[in-house]
Design a protein around this ligand. Sequence first.
Ligand code: ADP
Ligand code: TRP
Length: 333
Amino acid sequence: MSKTYLTGIQSTGMPHIGNYLGAIKPAIDFSNTADGKFLYFIADYHSLTSLRDPKAISEGIYEVAAVWLALGLDTSKAIFYKQSDVPEIFELTWILNCHIPKGDLNRAHSYKAAIAANEENGKKDLDHGVNVGLFGYPVLMAADILLFDTNIVPVGKDQVQHVEIARSIAQRINGQYGQLLTEPLESLSEGEYIAGLDGRKMSKSYGNSIPLFATEKRLKKLINKITTDSTGPDEPKSTEDSLIFDLYKLFANETQINSFAKDFKEGISWGHAKAGLFEVVNDHLAPFRQRYNELMENRNLIDDELEAGAKKARIIAKETISRLRKNIMGLKS
Ligand code: ADP
Ligand code: TRP
């Protein structure tokens, strides 16, 4: 039986190079080459747990959608939609809410992190600033997953607990009513984390990231900010533990890499090394960036893609919901 793969991307703005190489590119390549059913979606309602700005939410949706489409996501192979276009997700969220013990959510990472932050800041009310949406975040995510009979959920390490919660709710419901839901498994990408400008994991929250489609000028500026040591311009440099060299390898071909390694051995100034890095990154991204800018200028194309995707997604969604309404609520459909 062919498997169903599903993953969601929060609409919190332009993804960075780490997101691209660690998550988006592998997902697109996979849907283009592997057998199976693929659902990739924008988790825009998840962002409402933290965002309070309609313009920012809407802009975030377009940015993320345009990135995936510009990078060549083939929407005839993967169903691509936004969460807010599939109301069945929210109906399922309620059904799941009524089957998950509150205690399981008390132990969820995102909620525990909010509590810990309040504790650290000396707040009397440990639930300060925690809305019910944030508390129930894992249930909405479980609904995203379970609605489509998902077998495999490709995610980063920080999301594994959420997939476990989805699996546990599915098991609980299946135990009570018979086999109604598919029990999903997570799959982690194998590659190492891409490092950011300061050498730590590239992450939005560390402020060390390179936005995927920054303008050429900004890309150059960011690459120039990479931390380097004080070896002189003519001194040989090691390619080991060099952030510049590591990033270069991700974007260059073999001949370019060998020649860059030779430059390092013979001595290259950090300025020239950064210029070399800028060139390969920019050459790789420029055609995608152009497509991205075109899409952002023609948002109706993005709307059309997402609308068509939601139509396909809802065909599956309605079947699942009808199955649950009959078996859990005793309704006719
Ligand atoms: P961030 O840490 O910037 O908030 P997210 O947690 O939203 O990024 O990550 C979204 C996806 O991108 C996840 O699948 C995650 O594993 C992947 N990802 C994030 N940062 C990196 C990185 N530095 N290198 C490789 N993959 C990454
Ligand atoms: N919570 C995920 C994140 O922050 C995004 C997400 C929402 C998701 N629903 C999902 C991921 C369903 C996988 C499956 O990255």
